[in-house]
Design a protein. Structure first.
Length: 262
């Protein structure tokens, strides 16, 4: 089995984050003095061994020295699903990936990512999954990051937040593409995500009866592949910088340098 990695680095923060210049690429923020793209690229390379690392992102990221840590650096498209497909097309130009191949998709705005966390996630992924993502309980996240800004999905079996690593089988992604676009557009809305599952699941979620197993089963039906969740793992993998409030939390709980890299 070949294990490659795709680093998604197109997200931006607006407002005053870039010193009044209007926006800042999140991957270039530097908690502790090291741009996050450097740490993520280095740790992804270590975790995938002989696999290839593909960076897809904003022009500023592609010009950064950290881009040299990747086997290829590609300009981003219109959305995260677009960027993933761009990377998969580079990895498999013939369009027929081996069914056993896997690709690790990693966000590049993970300020607390450390060595060993990616490897632990990979080891926990079921071998029969086509798409596998991490879920972190509210209890574990709040214990690691007290008072951090975070929204949770309430299910019958607990409160959960989603981690920022996904392990996918490239052969399954193309068929699931239309649904991936819908999921990406609805990702910030719990109601929107519940609606994607269908009326029965929306009602069950509203009544507090929806479980993780229900969601796994329904997502597998919708995507036409086996979707699985990894429960637990490092809470650090669920702390990404979505907005300025997240950034301010990191500034208060990490070394002071969180500015944009040149």
């Amino acid at each position: 089995m070949r294990l490659d990695a795709v680093l998604l680095a197109a997200g931006r923060l607006g407002g005053d984050v870039a010193g009044g210049e209007g926006s800042c690429v999140k991957a270039l923020l530097a908690p502790g003095g090291e741009p996050m793209i450097e740490r993520v690229a280095r740790l992804a390379r270590a975790a995938t061994g002989a696999g290839r690392v593909i960076l897809v992102g904003a022009d500023e990221v592609l010009k950064h020295p950290a881009a040299q840590l990747a086997d290829a650096a590609l300009p981003g498209g219109a959305s995260a699903p677009d960027n993933l497909l761009l990377a998969l097309q580079w990895l498999h130009p013939e369009g027929t990936p081996d069914p056993e191949d896997r690709v690790l998709v990693v966000a590049t705005d993970l300020p607390y990512l450390r060595g060993g966390m990616i490897e632990a996630f990979l080891a926990a992924c079921p071998v029969d999954s086509d798409i596998c993502m991490q879920l972190v309980s509210a209890e574990a996240f709040d214990r690691r990051f007290p008072d951090a800004p975070r929204e949770y999905v309430r299910l019958r079996d607990g409160l959960w937040t989603i981690g920022c690593l996904v392990l996918v089988r490239p052969a399954a992604v193309a068929a699931a593409r239309p649904h991936l676009d819908r999921v990406f557009r609805a990702r910030k809305s719990q109601i929107g995500m519940a609606r994607l599952l269908g009326p029965r699941f929306l009602l069950a979620w509203g009544l507090g009866r929806l479980t993780l197993e229900d969601i796994e089963r329904r997502c597998s039906e919708l995507l036409g592949c086996r979707g699985r969740a990894v429960r637990g793992g490092a809470p650090e993998l669920a702390f990404d910088i979505d907005d300025v409030e997240d950034l301010r939390y990191v500034e208060a709980h990490a070394p002071a340098d969180t500015g944009c890299s040149p």
